[in-house]
Design a protein. Structure first.
Length: 451
């Protein structure tokens, strides 16, 4: 893609990571689509951050019009294929399905969406099936999207469909952000992410790789080239544990761990793995460790089950797969083994809430969890401070502050969306942010509101 190296594929990883929601075949999809009531008020569509017209796309599947179904999805969500795989449908569209009122299983909206999108992408690859543009006119104002994750991709695609020339600038040598490198393989394969991006590129979106813009000079150059810049940079590096021993080779943060097995193949995780944290990324890492051969996988968290940020269905799935969860535990140090640089165990202490609401250590409660690998998954740092000082872009808590209706920052030439704004939500939220910003950018340029 514009000279970038092909993303590697590893058949052995696909065998170790079978998809948790396999595709529906034609007959199963028809049967499921015909279960739908095509509700006029569509609570499922209201529950989707991108507001896909769910009854419309499902009815087209029932009518055997898969291309029409896919176009109905793409009209709202250009990353409909990825979202069909990674969205927490249990708490979004399927969670809102009216069948819950009648104690019946909800319509399998995610799998139906995947069915239509997979057919469309196969047709795109073989026959050049394309997405109709919203405007036949070509505009002259160039827009740059910084970062190649879901928010930037959605912004770029929407602007290109409206006739604007758009360039996506990515510091790495491949596009997709966490969709390509940071989502567990059993949810979304890198190849599926990349073929979706190939479709976006076919709209005329330009991609430039190896573009690090975190400097005054680099931003100045971009401002000379582009009328508007969209920030879709995601979040930065993951938080460190800040304990002794965390630099040992057996300590790998969750995103690096996931990217490693997706880009380099099978990872030797040893016999026992400890994951620190209790968010969705922590659970993805824990479930991956099970699939990669760890016989014991434990998740430790400094607070309780009620405070974890992971979705309950992800938590339940992990427990069914044998992951053990330990609450109110604080890591103190990573113990090295006799072999240089490797891990012997994680030294911990039990904690409880103090009267002031903080955490305090329970005396004489220290213990060691024997393990071969420690995987921290305790959130990410924002790397955007330079934007506030050099471009007057207001930050709050390390995140870009925007007008939520438009994505506009405090600098009128910059818009933003995705994790760098919301702190790390779902892919579908990033897509919604990117499209909303694109619409606002187009409106501002068309009305000449941008200086």
């Amino acid at each position: 893609m514009d000279g970038s190296p092909c993303y590697p594929e590893f058949p052995e990883i696909e065998k170790l990571f079978p998809q948790i929601h396999p595709p529906l075949d034609r007959d199963a999809a028809l049967a499921e689509a015909n279960r739908c009531l095509y509700c006029f008020d569509a609570p499922c569509a209201a529950a989707c951050p991108t507001h896909i017209d769910v009854p419309r796309f499902i009815k087209r599947i029932a009518q055997r019009n898969l291309r029409g179904s896919a176009l109905a999805i793409l009209d709202a969500n250009i990353l409909g294929a990825s979202c069909a795989r990674v969205c927490p449908v249990d708490v979004l569209c399927e969670g809102a399905c009216v069948f819950h009122r009648y104690h019946q299983p909800p319509i399998q909206i995610g799998r139906l969406q995947r069915h239509a999108m997979d057919d469309f992408l196969s047709g795109f690859r073989m026959h050049g099936v394309s997405i109709p543009k919203r405007s036949a006119a070509e505009r002259g104002e160039k827009i740059g999207c910084i970062g190649a994750g879901p928010a930037s991709l959605a912004c770029a695609a929407e602007l290109r469909l409206r006739g604007f020339p758009v360039t996506v600038l990515e510091k790495r040598d491949f596009p997709g952000g966490l969709n390509t490198s940071g989502v567990a393989e059993y949810k979304l394969r890198s190849s599926d992410s990349l073929r979706e991006i190939e479709m976006i590129r076919s709209l005329g979106v330009e991609f430039r790789f190896g573009q690090d813009v975190a400097s005054e000079d680099a931003l100045g150059d971009l401002e000379e080239e582009f009328r508007i810049l969209f920030l879709g940079t995601g979040l930065g590096t993951m938080h460190k544990l800040n304990i002794p021993g965390e630099n040992l080779s057996g300590v790998v943060n969750a995103l690096d761990f996931i990217e490693t097995y997706k880009t380099k193949g099978k990872v030797d995780v040893g016999h026992a793995v400890v994951v620190v944290g209790a968010g969705n990324t922590a659970i993805d890492a824990a479930r991956a460790a099970v699939r990669l051969g760890a016989e014991q996988v434990r998740v430790v968290y400094r607070r309780g089950e009620q405070q974890m940020s992971a979705f309950l269905f992800e938590y339940a799935d992990a427990k069914r797969e044998g992951v053990r969860f330990d609450w109110w535990i604080l890591p103190l140090a990573v113990r090295p083994s006799a072999t240089a640089g490797t891990v012997q165990g994680l030294e911990c202490v039990r904690v409880e809430l103090s009267p002031a609401g903080g955490l305090e250590k329970i005396p004489a409660s220290e213990f060691i969890i024997p393990c071969d690998m420690v995987i921290p998954a305790i959130g990410q740092w924002s790397l955007l401070d330079f934007l506030e000082t050099s471009r007057g872009i207001r930050l709050e808590g390390g995140l870009v502050r925007v007008d939520r209706g438009t994505g506009r920052t405090s600098n009128p030439r910059y818009f933003a969306g995705g994790d760098c704004v919301n702190g790390g939500r779902e892919v579908v939220d990033a897509v919604a942010d990117g499209k909303r910003a694109a619409m606002a950018i187009a409106r501002a340029l068309e009305e000449s509101h941008v200086e």
